[in-house]
Design a protein around this ligand. Sequence first.
Ligand code: DOR
Ligand code: ZN
Length: 353
Amino acid sequence: MNTLTMQRPDDWHVHLRDGSALAAVAKFTAARFGRAIVMPNLEPAITSTALAAAYRERILAALPAMNEPAGRRFEPLMTLYLTDTLAAQEIDRAKASGFVHGVKLYPAGATTHSDAGVTDIRHVYPTLARMEELGMPLLVHGETPGPEIDVFDREAHFIDAVLAPLLERFRRLKVVFEHVTTARAVDFVRAARGGVAATITPQHLLHNRNAIFSGGIRPHYYCLPILKREADRQALLDAATSGNPRFFLGTDSAPHERAAKESACGCAGMFTAHAAIELYAEAFEQAGRLDRLEGFAAHFGADFYGLARHDEIITLTKEPWVPPVSYDFGAGALVPYRGGESVAWRLEPAARA
Ligand code: DOR
Ligand code: ZN
């Protein structure tokens, strides 16, 4: 198969950042996806509907080509950052806005800009109850931080200590277990009650943890949750290509300036937005299941969030191309995943009306 045509996909988990970084990266996501669930871990975090509204405007303003008469509209789907003190009434405002589509749970200290996150899940029970009532999804960074828990076991620990009891307590709460990375998490999601889904990143489909250490330490392969074992990668590939609608696309593309990655204490996050759907095509082709990419990328997420699927189509061609070794990123540089190396699939430019 040398061309692949599918309904326009959506990215159900992306970091677009703000300011000059936003201006540098938003176009890559908008060129590929019709919509994206935009993470709220800015500094300061997006903790209210009013902040989400202003951020949404900044995202749209960063995409001038999209505002041309013939331009295609990209829709940022906004999220709120759950803190110990996020009021239940804010969920009412978020729901009424029509543009907030989820509330993100970062366990405090789990990852980049998670300091304002939840310190104890019991603190947010009233807010979760309101989300359950209003059908507002909870988007979960599923890792338990802390020096006593092995970095490779944080996802499993979170399932046992937080997620499983939470799903029991709030039986109707819609939950997306974001960027699952282990066979354990895949099994958990498969067997969970209704209303539970998971996103999977391209890097966790394409790499195991050896990538971080091949020939030396490779900071551009460091993300959280960290890459796992080969058996985990196989389980993720199996889940993504299974046709099970509980698993859908979420890149977790997370740009950091080059110096912040290539550092004695490098930031977590891989930038994949410049080749996102192309990379998923590689992974699905590896599994011999290119026919299942459309469901994973364009159908299941929309269905879960209760949004219409797109009418438009995109076309991918099996034609190698080489992303640049760096992109401009505000005052600095951004090292993209696979920069200077080959990507097997290419996105055809959209036909303009
Ligand atoms: O690798 C990551 N980077 N994981 C996250 O959860 C956050 C993200 C970021 O914002 O950089
Ligand atoms: Zn993320």
